[in-house]
Write a protein that binds this ligand. Structure first.
Ligand code: ADP
Ligand code: ASP
Ligand code: MG
Length: 438
């Protein structure tokens, strides 16, 4: 069985939902994972923000606007009174539920419940629409099988057992719809897999049922060799290794969430990125196969801060790096890039929540300098060290651009450059010209 995930953009209007329904109703049995309609999760976050700030009027205004939008969607989507009414009742009960949180104390717990409602609405709408079309469809509630453990990691055994049982109890349907993003935590409370987490849901579900393929449907034509919003002349990439896709997903190519890679990779299930607007286009296939001697793509990640610590005591000393890394660890701040020399080490981070504390602690061990508003530009492809020429080509493209750090050799698939944010587009364009359009 295949697992197909449609993102918020793909179910963003009644028209789009009809398109998805046409696409999935091909007679083949499948699990379909849906995001909330685009913009909805952001609105639910806004509602929660108002409620945290004890501003129920502000919250109610957004709730009312959002509810009106859904009334319109229902009018456009359904053709029979029966299904219009059935869906309108469901949507009304969801909005009444959301409104009930405007009257009481508001905590993280209530916020998680509110954030879950977007996917609950979209999946009910799609299920009802498919049923109205006479397609054998049922809704498998994610809250009954998707679960995280005490470390907030997916509880893979629980997910497999519960989902298998649910599918067994619901045999004979062509389409099983479920919610992306939402889950329960180890205590049974409603939770989620973080923003953009529907891709993760699809991958976990694919691994749990040993799917033949996981399809991620979005509104553009697969991964591109560079960011089409920033750079001229980009082309889709047809095939990527899981590790290449992981580097790209993490370093900015937002069409796939980085967490989605690992479950599919270990279960050896190919992930296929496809375009809802052009369903017959080949898209991008991600698998455990490597295309030899090819540079695949370039991506960039903004809002990076570079920190350098220089210490004469580092010379011939051991344990210095451990001390430095421990400081970042104690503030739960991940390090992205690292470059070392005999007298210093440079690191980059994207989470600056504890930057001041980190800098104060680092200053005990040496002279610290910081560069703000930096950007990681990463080149992804078959960059095994024994292949010659690729590093030179990438470096040559950076000829005119001030480079703060270079990282190569961390994996077989990546060279990263740290540059100023203002040089990002120039760097991306120059790499594109040198690597793909020469
Ligand atoms: P979905 O609803 O399918 O999950 P999102 O709205 O969450 O999609 O975000 C994906 C969108 O981000 C795409 O529509 C695309 O236009 C845009 N996007 C972000 N980064 C990139 C990139 N590197 N290349 C192409 N498109 C990108
Ligand atoms: N709806 C959630 C979000 O917007 C999850 C997702 O779309 O992947 O973050
Ligand atoms: Mg998304």
């Amino acid at each position: 069985m295949k697992v197909l995930k449609f993102g918020g953009t793909s179910v963003g209007s009644a028209e789009r939902m009809k398109g998805v329904a046409k696409l999935i109703a091909d007679g083949q049995q499948k699990v379909v994972v849906l995001s909330a309609m685009s913009g909805t999760t952001n609105s639910l976050v806004e509602i929660s923000d108002y409620l945290y700030k004890k501003n129920p009027e502000g919250a109610n205004e957004i709730i009312n606007t959002l509810e009106l939008k859904y009334k319109k969607h229902i009018e456009e989507l359904f053709s029979t009174e029966e299904y219009k009414q059935k869906t309108a009742e469901l949507v009304k009960s969801v909005f009444d539920y959301i409104r009930s949180f405007t009257k009481d104390i508001f905590t993280l717990f209530e916020e998680k419940v509110i954030l879950a409602q977007g996917e609950i609405i979209s999946t009910n709408m799609m299920t009802n629409y498919l049923c109205e079309q006479g397609i054998k469809t049922t809704l498998l509630p994610a809250l009954e099988f998707m679960r995280t453990d005490k470390n907030c990691e997916p509880d893979v055994t629980y997910i497999r057992e519960k989902l298998t049982a649910l599918l067994n109890d619901n045999q004979g349907y062509d389409i099983y719809i479920t919610q992306g993003f939402i889950c329960r935590n180890a205590y049974g409370e409603i939770d989620n897999l973080q923003r953009g987490g529907s891709d993760y849901s699809a991958s976990l579900i694919g691994a749990a049922i040993n799917a033949s393929e996981i399809q991620i449907w979005t509104d553009i034509d697969g991964m591109h060799d560079n960011d089409p919003r920033l750079v001229e002349k980009t082309s889709p990439v047809r095939h990527l290794h899981f590790d290449e896709a992981a580097e790209l997903a993490y370093f900015g190519a937002k069409i796939l969430h980085p967490t989605c890679i690992q479950p599919a990779k270990y279960a050896n299930i190919p992930v296929h990125l496809l375009n809802t607007m052009e369903p017959t286009a080949p898209g991008t296939l991600i698998s455990n196969d490597t295309e030899k001697s090819k540079i695949k793509a370039v991506a960039a990640k903004d809002n990076i801060t570079a920190i350098r610590i220089k210490s004469s005591r580092m010379l011939l000393a051991h344990g210095f790096l451990r001390k430095v890394f421990e400081i970042f660890e104690s503030y739960q701040t991940p390090i992205d890039m690292v470059c070392t020399s005999e007298v210093g080490v440079s690191m980059s981070i994207d989470n600056t929540k504890h930057l001041n504390e980190i800098l104060n602690d680092l200053k005990k061990y040496g002279t610290v300098t910081v560069d703000y508003n930096m950007c990681i530009v990463c080149v992804v492809g078959d960059l095994e060290w024994e292949n010659v020429g690729f590093e030179a080509k990438a470096l040559d493209a950076m000829r005119e651009i001030p480079v703060r750090m270079i990282s190569f050799g961390g994996s077989n698939y990546n060279i990263s450059f740290l540059v100023r944010e203002e040089d990002k587009i120039r760097a991306l364009q120059s790499l594109s010209n040198q690597l793909f359009n020469a």
